[in-house]
Design a protein around this ligand. Structure first.
Ligand code: COA
Length: 362
């Protein structure tokens, strides 16, 4: 059993929940964001639920786990919980922050404080899981020095029965525990624009447009593998925030800045931080072709990548037959670097040569 201690970390004091917290716990747990990402909580969440919870939290301590109220200046601003250790010595932590205290680093500080308190008490492995769509929840894990260990597909169920993926993180005593800075920071203001095109993170609202475009024959001709179902594409669009936050890749919707209409897709993939290299890939809806949209989009993304990330080389590959795509890259400043022979598997079983293009950091 863990000692019923108080953890002081930065300006926060974490102590066992008390009756005085009831009102603040009830408003925190009745919040829609809390309800969305902690589907096991009752909804609506009443003061009676909070009173029951404070009483049950004593049983959690007696059962080998731990429950804390996160407080600042004596006031409740969140909760953090620890499961009882498994026979192999792992525990899992969870946390939530009151809506009025979010965005100020509370969860990151508290998660770090609890993890280090557990490691100091001999726990071998502290685990944490966050849903793929819970971007603040994911950032908290990196900020608290946890390492990502993979995505557990369909590992949890929401209230409406929809299955969702969870990202697994852990912190071990031998890990350095430094905050992990994002290799791919978010766009300042959430998007890039030159007044003609807008680049916004590809999200689930874009899934139907994206799916329609990918199935279009002139796009499918240069795609690889089978064409996805709409469900596959929706699932992909739900993960794009996680792919970005975890530094794996960026997926963008290219929009007509005047109307907001979905015009295409642009991605930054195959990111190799050690070489400072990434690959761009794109497709445009037929009705938006011939207006320089993709050239503008690639220029915007490339300028951002060289200004905001450690990337030094942007590469792109085009089928030797795809002259329209080659023109986009040339206009965006890329130069031909080499030809990779028979690298592209085609749907008819043949293989095509690919021209490799390169844009170096200016
Ligand atoms: C998740 C939650 C605990 C975060 O609490 P918080 O105190 O606001 O978190 P922090 O301020 O420590 O950190 C939030 C991080 O998310 C980032 N973030 C916020 N919104 C984001 C978004 N849309 N995209 C990417 N990152 C985002 C912030 O920039 C910050 O990262 P940084 O430290 O690198 O700047 C809080 O939103 C919450 O209680 N949500 C409901 C319950 C829940 O989701 N619990 C966690 C389950 S895993």
């Amino acid at each position: 059993m863990f000692p019923r201690e108080v953890i002081s970390v930065g300006s926060l004091v974490l102590r066992p929940p008390a009756d005085d917290d009831v009102e603040a716990i009830a408003s925190t747990c009745d919040d829609p964001v809390t309800a969305r990402f902690i589907p096991l909580l009752p909804t609506p969440y009443t003061p009676q639920d909070a009173r029951d919870w404070v009483r049950r939290s004593r049983e959690v301590w007696e059962g080998g786990g731990a429950e804390f109220s996160i407080t600042e200046n004596g006031r409740y601003i969140g909760s953090a919980g620890v499961s009882a250790p498994t026979p192999s010595g792992s525990v899992e932590i969870g946390y939530l922050v009151a809506p009025w205290a979010r965005g100020k680093g509370v969860a990151g500080t508290a998660a770090r404080g609890v993890a280090e308190w557990l490691l100091d008490r001999g726990v071998e492995r502290v685990e944490l899981q966050a849903e793929v769509e819970n971007l603040p929840g994911l950032r908290v894990a990196y900020r608290a020095g946890f390492r990502e260990e993979g995505r557990r597909r369909d590992a949890a169920a929401l209230r409406d029965g929809r299955r969702v993926d969870l990202v697994m993180f852990a912190r071990l005593a031998r890990d350095p525990g430094e905050p992990v800075e994002p290799y791919l920071p978010p766009f300042e203001g959430g998007e890039l624009t030159d007044g003609v095109v807008r680049l916004t993170p590809l999200g689930v609202r874009d899934a139907a447009d994206f799916h329609r475009m990918m199935a279009e024959p002139s796009v499918a001709e240069y795609g690889m593998g089978p064409v996805n179902t709409l469900e596959d594409d929706e699932r992909r669009c739900r993960c794009t925030g996680y792919f970005w936050v975890s530094g794996q890749r960026i997926e963008l919707a290219v929009r007509d800045a005047a109307t907001g209409e979905f015009a295409g897709h642009l991605q930054l993939v195959q990111i190799v931080p050690m070489f400072g290299q990434a690959m761009v890939g794109y497709s445009l809806v037929p009705g938006f072709r011939g207006r320089g949209f993709m050239t503008r989009a690639v220029r915007l993304l490339a300028d951002w990548a060289f200004a905001a990330t450690g990337l030094h080389r942007l590469v792109a590959g085009t089928d030797t037959a795809n002259t329209a795509s080659q023109a986009v890259l040339r206009r965006a400043g890329f130069v031909r670097e080499s030809v990779r022979r028979q690298v592209l598997p085609k749907r008819d079983g043949s293989r095509a040569d690919e021209i490799e293009w390169l844009l170096l950091r200016p």
